[in-house]
Design a protein around this ligand. Structure first.
Ligand code: ADP
Length: 417
């Protein structure tokens, strides 16, 4: 990609992707720009993980992606399981090969709304054993993230191999603004011990946990309709509660899931009216909600005493389009819809999670920004701070006044990376 075409999702000079770092080569700089450009076209990036294999992680990833696409969302499904890619089999795409051009890889289109990419589309045969070392895995995953031409997507669902190895680590390092992880488990104790590792992994990497899915949770006998808890039930929910992370729901053991996986027919599409499909529907509801929430302005919530505090990143007297690179923050104290005071404060040095915490500590409940990555939005939300993105580069006073009288016009999230 040429330098002048870099990072088209962003128009601000204050953004870090615009400038070459002293410690990187021109090639690394251009790669970083292309990565930011591609990821800037994707609104939500979700990593599906599990502590160990065989718990139904890929099955959940496929059905999540298909469900979102059936709900009208533009979805990409990326299989980064380098050793055992199973997505091509689950979608009956084993014979497909991906077209590769210079810095461009074309994903396979399953429908108007769903595109898929897997290492399986690049290998000569599915029986070929591949030996990948850590750095090579990182470079393949990087190539996927920067070269696959998804176009604009609402969601990118990333099916990561089991465990907490190189692949999920590379994904988290390369996608700085991932929305978070969905952790799939089965209910029995041995599986849950592995989930703890995944939870810790996410905590260490500051990756929000969107929730835990308990798969293979109980078996409904097709003859008598009685539920049998083959692997017990409720373990995933208990674990989610213990770690204070959301519980997204249970998917029962269903023989038709096995058939649909073996035949490459996505379950939620081919068995759409079953109880198990409804269970998938409950799991995706909060994920769909995430997209809706992001598009709406949060309702102004005054505290009970009618007071609130609004924060805004500022550079050279105007709203700074990327919150992480602002020189200072303006804090407005509002009482019954009127600005009562303003304070300018210098934020601590930029590092993941630091500014959301600091803004919360200053007592703000709303932050208004030009652009912000989805991960940062989620970190603010976790601190109880509502985020408004897409505000114009006007003075902070003009923006707050417009917000308070309901005339603030927000556009695109201008620097979403
Ligand atoms: P993972 O990605 O965790 O290794 P897979 O998604 O490949 O696991 O699933 C492993 C096997 O379990 C597959 O044969 C799949 O059909 C089956 N499976 C997954 N979820 C269910 C379920 N809820 N009911 C029945 N079989 C399931």
């Amino acid at each position: 990609m040429s330098e002048d075409k870099a990072c088209q999702s962003c128009s601000t000079n204050s953004c870090s992707s615009q400038g070459k770092r002293a410690d990187e080569s021109m090639e690394e700089f251009q790669e970083r720009q292309q990565l930011a450009h591609r990821l800037g076209q994707i609104r939500h990036k979700i990593i599906v993980m599990s502590g160990k294999g065989g718990v139904g992680k890929s099955t959940v990833a496929v059905n999540l992606a298909v469900s979102l696409s059936l709900a009208g969302k533009k979805v990409g499904l990326l299989d980064v399981d380098i050793h055992g890619p199973s997505i091509p089999t689950l979608l009956n795409l084993e014979k497909q090969t991906a077209e590769i051009g210079h810095n461009v890889i074309q994903p396979i289109s399953v429908s108007d709304n769903l595109k898929v990419m897997s290492i399986g589309f690049l290998l000569p045969s599915d029986s070929q054993a591949v030996i990948w070392r850590g750095p090579l895995k990182m470079s393949v995953i990087k190539q996927f993230l920067k070269d696959v031409e998804w176009g604009e997507l609402d969601y990118l669902i990333i099916d990561s191999p089991p465990g907490t190895g190189d692949e999920p680590l590379s994904v988290c390092q390369l996608i700085e603004d991932a929305d978070g992880a969905i952790i799939v488990t089965t209910p029995q104790k041995v599986s849950l011990a592995d989930v703890k590792k995944s939870v810790n992994f996410c905590h260490i990497l500051n990756l929000p946990i969107l929730g835990v899915v308990e798969n293979m949770s109980g078996f409904v006998c097709p003859e008598c309709g009685k539920q049998v808890d083959v692997f017990k039930s409720g373990g995933g929910e208990k674990l989610a509660n213990a770690f204070s992370v959301p519980f997204l729901g249970r998917i029962p053991i269903d023989p038709d899931i096995v058939h649909s996986c073996d035949d490459g027919k996505p379950y939620v599409y081919h068995y759409s009216h079953t109880e198990t499909s409804k269970a998938f529907g409950r799991v995706i509801a909060p994920i769909l909600e995430m997209d809706r929430k992001n598009k709406e302005l949060p309702v102004i919530k005054n505290k009970e005493d009618g007071k609130m505090r609004i924060a805004m990143p500022v550079a050279q007297g105007q709203l700074c389009l990327h919150f992480g690179h602002s020189e200072e923050f303006a804090f407005f104290d509002v009482e019954n819809g009127q600005i009562k005071g303003k304070q300018m404060l210098t934020p601590p040095p930029h590092a993941p999670g630091v500014i959301p915490k600091w803004v919360h500590e200053q007592g703000a409940t709303i932050v208004i920004a030009g652009g912000m990555g989805a991960r940062a939005v989620s970190l603010f939300e976790q601190q109880g701070v509502h985020v408004i993105v897409g505000a114009p580069g006007h003075t902070p006073e003009e923006i707050v006044a417009a917000y308070l009288n309901g005339t603030l016009e927000t556009g695109a999230n201008v620097c979403d990376h």
